[in-house]
Unconditional design. Structure first.
Length: 118
């Protein structure tokens, strides 16, 4: 007999923390979707949930390598819906300090208004 894994009605929400919206917040404020994660171990699963919800996508990103050199990498990107969710979900109310842990925020104070089921 083992634990039964159940799918949340809103993909990317674990224990009340909406990790997809944490990725959105990190991308808007720090250009880093992992900015508010304590560990990146589950990041790709939450990123996939964000893509499923229409808030995130993956695509090319040009980075400065220094010395006049650039490289193109595959990176997490915001969709228009993701940029809109930052405002409608009032994500600016949470701490903006890089490294602040999303799982420690009071997610109950953020009303659900974007395009995912709630």
């Amino acid at each position: 007999m083992g634990l039964k894994k159940t799918r949340n009605a809103r993909p990317g929400v674990v224990g009340g923390c909406d990790f997809v919206l944490a990725i959105v917040k990190g991308l808007v404020e720090h250009d880093d979707g992992g900015a508010y994660f304590g560990s990146l171990m589950g990041y790709r699963a939450h990123e996939a949930d964000g893509i499923e919800r229409g808030l995130l996508t993956r695509g090319p990103k040009l980075i400065d390598m220094g010395g006049g050199h650039t490289a193109t990498i595959e990176a997490t990107r915001l969709t228009d819906a993701g940029r809109q969710a930052y405002a409608t979900e009032r994500l600016d109310r949470f701490p903006k300090t890089y490294g602040s842990r999303a799982y420690a925020w009071n997610w109950d104070e953020v009303p659900r208004k974007s395009n995912e089921p709630g």
